[in-house]
Write a protein that binds this ligand. Structure first.
Ligand SMILES: Cc1cc2nc3c(=O)[nH]c(=O)nc-3n(C[C@H](O)[C@H](O)[C@H](O)COP(=O)(O)O)c2cc1C
Length: 184
């Protein structure tokens, strides 16, 4: 069976190396619309989408996230980040930040999946990012970053999705059949 939606779902993967080429405005607008079409509990639509294409700002945030983990001495993450050359956004120059009201993590998660699958369907590499959350929660830096990214009042970091052009090759993860059961 050939189906474009299933093709996108089954070919999606997290890309951790981008060429840096920006996604054009028309495509960004289409992806943002796909994000906003995501379902939410009670149709509360608690998620605001903020598209950042300002590379110096992305790099400043990247450094702040790495500095946070160094400051807190989180060795396993520090080591993991080192192995990824301290890259948080992996040289992507288009990042969709999902700012969420009422701590609606599920709604932000569902929106991030919409974005990831929509981007994949257009042939764009992407990755969902949770790590930047820390600097939006640390009392030392939260206000600064919420203001810098123009989070609406009362919004917290939900997730981010970096989108762009792959500079690496990778495969979707193996599906684990043990994770499936039926009760009939
Ligand atoms: C909620 C969530 C947060 C994630 N945060 C990060 C992150 O901050 N950095 C990162 O490199 N990958 C992050 N990932 C990507 C996962 O590591 C990745 O989805 C997982 O390894 C499976 O690989 P796949 O996406 O290629 O199938 C995140 C994924 C999800 C769903």
């Amino acid at each position: 069976m050939s189906n474009a939606t299933f093709d996108a779902i089954f070919s999606r993967r997290s890309c951790r190396a981008y060429t840096g080429k920006k996604v054009d405005d028309e495509t960004v607008a289409l992806l943002a619309k796909a994000a906003l079409a995501a379902p939410s509990g009670n149709n509360a639509q608690p998620v605001n989408v903020i598209v950042v294409q300002n590379v110096p700002l992305i790099l400043e945030l990247e450094k702040a996230v790495v500095d946070y983990f160094i400051k807190t001495g989180n060795e396993p993450i520090i080591e993991r980040l080192k192995s990824r050359k301290n890259k948080i956004f992996y040289n992507a120059s288009t990042v969709f930040f999902l700012a969420v009201k009422n701590k609606s993590a599920a709604d932000a998660g569902i929106m991030s999946a919409h974005l990831a699958i929509a981007a994949t369907s257009l042939g764009l590499a992407n990755i969902i990012l949770g790590l930047p959350r820390m600097v939006f929660e640390d009392p030392d830096t939260a206000s600064y970053w919420k203001e810098k990214l123009a989070f609406p009042e009362g919004c917290d970091y939900g997730l981010a999705v970096a989108v762009g052009y792959a500079a690496d090759e990778g495969k979707p993860h193996e599906i684990d059949p043990e994770k499936l059961s039926y009760i009939k």
